[in-house]
Design a protein around this ligand. Structure first.
Ligand code: HEM
Length: 189
């Protein structure tokens, strides 16, 4: 306990904004809420794409679309938060520069791909007649040949690769390097 207090002279109470050493409550909330939404979106999207009946596809697509738009709004709010109101904590002291650069690139890509996924999802709805079908009860048209739908699928699979990299890096820090990278994103260090 004393050890943690010494490392965090601001005390153990979590602040809304990040400090040079720790993530704030808002940044942590953005991170884990986005993580939960992304897992739900991937599960709903993949199952909708492979749904055996139109009814099941419809049932899965409605929450997929609503959560996808919410994730877009949340991501824009998150960017605004970082840009105008908060500063990322400093990289941990003994992180190799290559790791720090890779992390920065991966994090930027995650933001970019979320926005591209949402944009291509919205474009799929608009060009593929999905919204119309969902609101009138008509069968959802086949989407496989539509450009934005193809882009959405490609982006989704690239995003999954990016997530594997992101999670592997967090576990590597925690279990192999035994540093505070993951702990400070759960507010425990
Ligand atoms: C922002 C994060 C999003 C993620 C992670 C995501 C993920 C996915 C995934 C994994 C698929 C299946 C891809 C495949 O197997 O080829 C999919 C399909 C789809 N998504 Fe998204 N999506 C997102 C946002 C959106 C948004 C905002 C919309 C619409 C407003 C949308 C509409 C659709 C549609 C219409 C399909 C096609 C389903 C089908 O073929 O039946 N998505 N999405």
């Amino acid at each position: 306990m004393l050890f943690i207090e010494e490392r965090n002279p601001t005390g153990l109470t979590m602040t809304l904004k990040s400090t040079t050493d720790r993530y704030g409550a808002v940044a942590i909330a953005f991170h884990w809420l986005t993580a939960i939404l992304i897992v739900a979106l991937l599960a709903l999207g993949l199952n909708a794409a492979n749904a055996p009946t139109d009814e099941m596809r419809r049932t899965l697509l409605l929450p997929h679309i609503a959560l996808g738009i919410f994730t877009l709004v949340l991501t824009i709010a998150r960017i605004v938060w970082w840009w105008f109101f908060d500063r990322k904590p400093a990289t941990l002291p003994d992180t190799p520069p290559l790791f720090a650069s890779l992390a920065r690139i991966t994090h930027l890509l995650v933001y970019a791909v979320i926005i591209a996924l949402a944009a291509s999802g919205i474009a799929t709805n608009l060009t593929g007649g999905v919204l119309e079908a969902l609101s009138t009860g008509a069968p959802i048209p086949p989407l496989d040949e539509i450009g934005p739908r193809r882009a959405h699928g490609l982006l989704a699979w690239s995003f999954m690769a990016l997530l594997v990299l992101h999670i592997a890096a967090a576990l590597y820090h925690h279990f192999i390097r035994r540093d505070r990278t993951l702990a400070r994103m759960v507010g425990r260090a």
